[in-house]
Write a protein that binds this ligand. Structure first.
Ligand SMILES: *Cc1c(COP(=O)(O)O)cnc(C)c1O
Length: 478
């Protein structure tokens, strides 16, 4: 595909500037650049086609099934985008006087109340810009809590070996030492190992439930009790609330603080580096430490305040405000009945697809799953040489985005599939059919699968080089 620079022709263009209606100003020559910037000159239609072609080369939720486990790439209704693009939201300035932005403050306040209700928390901050940022903020809450009690010996955070990689990373960033505990054979927390791990140096535990293999840990109340008895606090990684929202609440499972990924579960797409939001909720005893400013309401008037023992700011102003607008629109359109219906649909779809593949693909855990399930292709790789990577790549030829691969780390040759709630039975049947066809190919012609995908613009890029050494500038000399 040709680049814009290669299509550029001098003098061609697509800009019509209005006549200048302000007095011309003569700049000092030293302030001007010697040469005009080498921008591509291209007509409007060629420009439009260029980006349309680019869009066709990638795969998004709008193109097809996108079962990316742990990352929840689900369909986000357009009405949320429409609400977030209203000028009353997009044209406000964060430094405007509070009395002129009452509606914006009400959005933050209402979204906080609804998400606190869903998580079983008492207070929330929307400052963190992503999930990992929320984890970091939550861990600072835990640290400030222990410090406020003069308890400086609590330096360790317990993290199960199945945890999302951001958990140990955030704990380390927040200045804690990470203690890893092994999982039991259902991917849950090994209670004996946890009992041995806790002590007077335990600051807290980081956990997600359902865990990273998509199973609900039935021992959760005992787990949080063990940590509390040892004087530690419990942190809930709520990145994937799609499995449980409206059914169970982290606060009722014994957790003291939680982060959510609004850019997974609550109406903002995940990935692509776009703006996200990782709000942190907490129980009342941690509220004084939340980032400032916070929003409060009295007599119908909203105002900002700084909690007395606040950790300060973890980001400028109030976080990614428009992402919160989308989340609030989503919450209000779904309502009290729609929220649990969405998560029930996510769980139903995951179990439906899992059941279709069971007996053909090896499941890592042969039990009902929550919103996602994990397969292990170890046997297939052993018998045919076809790996999880090969199957994932081949799915692209069927118009299906690969599931999450090689995660969680405790499952070998893992493929982690999360269909999400909006997919129809027909789509799930087609996906199952694609998985089964690939399995047949693995028996008949395993060699060809090593070169899949066969019909995509790009097949197997060098991912490390692409990530570490991307070519982001056009080379005019070449
Ligand atoms: C996605 C995810 C995170 C991190 O979220 P980011 O916004 O990517 O930083 C943390 N934990 C779990 C379980 C996740 O799925």
């Amino acid at each position: 595909m040709k680049l814009l620079f290669e299509r550029s022709r001098p003098g061609r263009g697509s800009t019509l500037l209005p006549a200048c209606d302000v007095p011309a100003v003569d700049f000092d020559q030293s302030l001007l650049r010697a040469q005009a910037p080498r921008l591509p000159e291209i007509s409007e239609i060629d420009l439009g086609r260029h980006y349309t072609q680019l869009a066709k080369q990638t795969h998004g939720v709008n193109d097809g099934f996108y079962p990316l486990g742990s990352c929840t790439m689900k369909y986000n209704p357009r009405v949320n985008e429409e609400a977030a693009s209203l000028p009353g939201f997009t044209q406000v300035h964060p430094l405007q006087p509070q009395e002129t932005v009452q509606g914006a403050l009400e959005v933050l306040h209402t979204a906080q109340q609804l998400l606190c209700e869903i998580t079983g928390m008492d207070g929330m901050s929307f400052q963190p810009a992503a999930g990992a940022h929320g984890e970091y903020t939550g861990l600072l809450l835990i640290r400030k809590y222990h410090q406020s009690k003069g308890d400086t010996a609590r330096t360790k955070i317990i993290v199960p070996d199945s945890a999302h990689g951001t958990n140990p990373a955030s704990a380390t960033m927040a200045g804690f030492k990470v203690v890893s505990v092994p999982s039991n054979d259902m991917g849950g927390v090994d209670l004996e190992a946890l009992r041995k791990a806790v002590g007077p140096d335990t600051a807290g535990l980081m956990l997600t439930n359902p865990n990273t293999v998509g199973l609900f840990d039935a021992n959760i109340l005992e787990i949080t009790q063990i940590v509390h008895d040892a004087g530690g606090l419990c942190y809930y990684d709520g990145a994937n609330l799609n499995a449980v929202m409206g059914h169970v609440r982290p606060g009722d499972m014994g957790f003291d603080c939680v982060h959510l990924n609004l850019h997974k579960t609550f109406a903002t797409p995940h990935g692509g580096g776009g703006p996200g939001s990782g709000p942190v909720g907490c129980k009342a005893m941690l509220e004084p430490f939340l980032p400032a400013p916070r929003v409060k309401e009295a007599g119908g008037v909203y105002s900002l305040y700084t909690p007395d023992q606040t950790m300060g700011q973890v980001r400028s102003f109030y976080g990614n405000f428009l992402v919160v607008v989308k989340a609030l629109t989503y919450l209000i359109t779904l309502g009290k009945e729609g929220i649990p219906e969405a998560s029930a649909g996510a769980v139903l779809n995951a179990n439906y697809l899992m059941k279709k593949l069971m007996g053909h693909y090896d499941m890592a855990y042969n039990t009902l799953c929550m919103h996602e399930f994990v397969m292990t292709l170890q046997g297939l790789a052993h018998d045919s040489g076809v790996t999880a990577m090969d199957v994932a790549k081949r799915l692209l030829d069927f118009g299906i985005h690969p599931p999450t691969m090689y995660f969680p780390l405790i499952v070998h040759e893992a493929l982690m599939v999360e269909p999400t709630e909006t997919e129809s039975p027909e789509t799930l049947n087609e996906a199952a059919q694609a998985f089964l066809e690939i399995l047949a190919e693995a028996k008949d012609d395993p060699e060809s699968l090593h070169h899949a995908p066969h019909h995509c613009p790009i097949g197997r890029p060098d991912e490390v080089t692409a990530a570490r050494d991307p070519i982001l500038r056009y080379n005019f000399e070449a």
